[in-house]
Design a protein around this ligand. Structure first.
Ligand code: ATP
Ligand code: MG
Length: 545
């Protein structure tokens, strides 16, 4: 139903949504008449002078044309799966809404996927259509003979290619007339692949209700968005965070989605963008904030920034403190999963305990449970879990596609288990310990990597680190830290610095947690989303391939 709202919002040509878009209408703010501020639905820039601004009304008419492209020349039918592998270009948003209009299942993927990744996705999903930009064409062509279900290849590019339908050409001649299909709440709307931090990405299928209703709450409470806001969510188009910050949660609040087509993250471009555009809300991964606090941020005056968010990985308290000291702004962390959206968050108006992920968010009842599904009291470490009511919560994913065993493995008694370990304190705040597989057991002590990493990053030599288990003949396993050094410490004596870091951790946290082994590395292995792949380092330590 809420998706219908989004579809309808994009359809209604009323003055409320029309808000004439012109460069002159900025900066935003409520007009004297109390009408909706003149924010576009989408504001896209490429950093080289090109700019696109679409009002909700324009988004409506353009997405109706896009819907006609998907249905007529592409020959797609309601329920068909469409793999959309596009960079941050405006067409990604058009095709996203066009899929909702037509009942097609939107399946985004990042352009960083290799031919092998694409083959896995197309085969596993039995996608009927693939929509790509030019740079992805060779990868798709190299594997398409192995994808018997693939019927249509659509290219988004000013140039045409043999064997590919041209989105641009078809779009020009497509009609603006299109009526939305009326979908049921449990009908699939999208398939998101998990990040693949711990293995092959899983295909989490979401229903109309899970993305539509679930993400409205997140837009209202965690992102704190209003129609006067402009949100810059830096997530790649392939990840669930794009569905949250760049589509559902933002547009359902009537906020403007700002997009910078940055091919790669670059701190100078980033800071320049925040000082140039009236962005009010920023959402980015902790790794970005870790890089930013290395800069002298006091030199920059961000134009309108008022609300900063992060998630996807634990945020070290040191980074939160530094961001606040340098910008005067809090950092509101959210903890969630592709499967179930935001689970815990620090929300506006609530106390923030640095290092905590905040409290459980609506509509979830978040608990810490043991291996038998019993709820543990405050202060006890266990698995972070969501209580299942008599019916499955409406914002839950429907299933891992074609994987009933994996879907069933997420349920323990009356709970959905996240696979993450944590502690709830007596005030109801949740503290992340680590992914269940990442917890280190040394001489009988259980050690969560996040706490050690957070202690390490307090030291000026450390930009970031990954803490994993390493074999030890006496203790079984010990704590090992892989450390990326900050510029002034790159040429330090490694033995001396190791001792200094070990000493620092012993003082900052319980001494038994200190890293007995330290290795300095130029960078850490990460997923395309920027998450640290501790399992790669751990497997290497244990001689596993
Ligand atoms: P895969 O399931 O394929 O191994 P993934 O779990 O990284 O990959 P996502 O769904 O993108 O895929 O990420 C969810 C996970 O990210 C959570 O289960 C948790 O481990 C981690 N995470 C997300 N937000 C936070 C946070 N604020 N603090 C700590 N961990 C977080
Ligand atoms: Mg996961």
């Amino acid at each position: 139903m809420f998706l219908i709202n989004l579809k309808v919002m994009a359809d209604v040509p009323s003055i409320w949504w029309t808000s004439h878009i012109s460069l002159l209408s900025f900066p935003c703010g409520h007009g004297q008449t109390g009408e909706r501020p003149a924010n576009p639905a989408l504001w896209w820039v490429n950093g080289k002078g090109a700019e696109v601004k679409w009002s909700f009304e324009e988004l409506g008419s353009l997405s109706r044309k896009a819907a006609n492209v998907l249905i007529k020349p592409c020959g797609l039918k309601r329920g068909d799966r469409v793999a959309v592998i596009l960079p941050r270009i405006p067409e990604w948003w058009l095709i996203n809404v066009a899929c909702m209009r037509t009942g097609l299942v939107f399946m985004p993927g990042t352009t960083q996927l290799t031919a092998k990744d694409i083959l896995y996705r197309l085969r596993a999903s039995k996608a009927k259509c693939v929509v790509v930009s030019e740079e992805v064409v060779p990868a798709v062509e190299s594997i398409m003979s192995e994808c018997p279900d693939l019927k249509t290849k659509l290219l988004v590019s000013p140039h045409s290619q043999n064997g590919w339908l041209s989105f641009q050409e078809l779009f020009q001649s497509a009609s603006e007339e299109h009526s939305c299909v009326e979908t049921g709440s449990q009908e699939p709307v999208a398939i998101y692949f998990t990040s693949g931090t711990t293995g092959a990405p899983k295909m989490a299928q979401h229903s109309q209700s899970s993305l539509g209703i679930g993400y409205t709450l997140c837009g209202r409470y965690w992102l704190d968005l209003k129609s006067s806001d402009i949100i810059w969510n830096m997530s790649d188009t392939g990840w669930i965070k794009a569905a949250i910050g760049s589509v559902f949660s933002s547009w359902l609040q009537g906020a403007c989605v700002f997009v910078h087509r940055m091919a790669q993250f670059d701190t100078d471009t980033f800071l320049d963008t925040l000082t140039t555009y009236p962005i009010t809300t920023l959402c980015s991964a902790p790794t970005v904030y870790r890089m930013l606090v290395q800069k002298d941020l006091k030199r920059y005056k961000f134009k309108k920034l008022r609300h900063c968010l992060t998630g996807g990985e634990p945020l070290n308290p040191e980074v939160l403190e530094q961001w606040k000291a340098q910008t005067g702004l809090e950092l509101y962390e959210g903890y969630g999963q592709t499967e179930v959206g935001i689970i815990c968050a620090n929300q506006k108006g609530q106390e923030i305990k640095p290092g905590s992920m905040g409290k459980g968010v609506q509509p979830y009842d978040v608990q810490i449970i043991d291996e038998n599904g019993n709820v543990l009291p405050p202060g006890k470490e266990g698995e972070i879990a969501l209580r299942l009511q008599t019916t499955r919560p409406f914002c839950f994913f429907s299933e891992y596609v074609d994987n009933p065993e994996k879907t069933a493995a997420t349920i323990r008694g009356n709970f959905y288990v996240t696979g993450d370990r944590g502690v709830m304190d007596s005030d109801g705040f949740f503290w992340f310990v680590g992914r269940a597989d990442d917890v280190i057991i040394s001489s009988g002590y259980r050690i969560g990597p996040f706490e050690v990493e957070s202690a390490l990053i307090e030291h000026p030599a450390v930009v970031e680190s990954a803490v994993v288990s390493s074999p030890d003949p006496i203790r079984g396993e010990v704590v090992k830290a892989f450390v990326v050094l900050s510029a002034p410490f790159k040429s330090s004596n490694p033995e001396k610095l190791t001792l200094e870091l070990q000493d620092h951790v012993k003082k900052s946290t319980a001494p038994y947690k200190y890293p007995r082994k330290v290795e300095f590395v130029p960078e850490l292995p990460k997923t395309i989303t920027g998450k640290i792949k501790r399992n790669v380092l751990r497997d290497h330590e244990w001689g596993r391939t």
